[in-house]
Design a protein around this ligand. Structure first.
Ligand code: GSH
Length: 221
């Protein structure tokens, strides 16, 4: 079944609300870049000291980033945004058509959302990299617990992912797009880089992902 409706010719403007430091904003930006969709990134800093702008809650009642807009169509939740961008715009398909491969793609996205983000980004990257940069102390116990959980996550990921070039084989999919920003954060912590070295399949995948213009062009500034 094909879902593509090719609304891209309608020239409705695309806007994404969020900040480039956000893993989830980067996932949405990677989708837009891989589909070659022009968009405007409208700055919203959910961690600003004055809090989230009040009017942003109309776009996202849970005050998370990103939020998305295509003409008058508004959407939040990155999984919904990513699938919409893939299905509504021309460009390479980012989801497999084969039901088993599509299920695998969704499984990898769920693992990233449900298990990787909390530990690999918050427990490892934020504790070891972001907090010290902001003058705060690392919670070593939290970091150690998250490294242990990350080992389970990466083992599960490598059990499921193909040899390459991409996670599901020849087709770059939303699974690759979901994992890239999380892995990019994780590897910046020495403990993360050390753990990744134990997963050569993941390391080679990351080297290929890191060279993609979309990944280079969405690096946080
Ligand atoms: N379920 C949301 C998660 C988005 C999310 O957690 N974004 C983070 C930034 S990477 C955020 O807005 N955090 C603000 C907070 O935790 O208060 C989605 O898929 O879009």
């Amino acid at each position: 079944m094909r879902y593509t409706v090719l609304v891209s010719r309608e020239k409705r403007l695309v806007r994404l609300f969020g900040s480039d430091y956000s893993v989830y904003v980067r996932i949405a930006r990677l989708c837009l870049a891989e589909k070659n969709v022009s968009y405007t990134l409208v700055p919203v800093d959910v961690f600003a000291s004055e809090g989230v702008p009040r009017d942003y809650l109309q776009r996202h009642p849970f005050a998370r980033i990103p939020a998305f807009e295509h003409g008058s169509f508004r959407l939040y939740e990155t999984g919904a945004i990513a699938r919409y961008v893939d299905e509504a715009f021309e460009g390479p398909d980012l989801q497999p058509h084969d039901p088993a491969a599509r299920a695998r793609c969704n499984q990898l996205i769920s693992i990233a959302d449900g298990y990787a983000y909390r530990h690999m980004v918050w427990g490892v990257y934020v504790e070891r990299v972001s907090k010290p940069e902001d003058g705060a102390e690392t919670d070593e116990a939290k970091l150690a617990a998250s490294i242990a959980q990350s080992q389970i996550v990466l083992t599960a990921l490598c059990d499921v992912m193909e040899e390459g070039p991409w996670m599901l084989g020849d087709q770059l999919t939303l699974a690759d797009i979901y994992w890239a920003p999380m892995v990019d954060c994780f590897r910046q912590a020495p403990e993360g880089a050390k753990l990744m070295a134990a997963f050569p399949k993941l390391q080679s995948w990351w080297q290929r992902m890191a060279a993609r213009p979309s990944v280079i062009g969405t690096r946080p500034t």
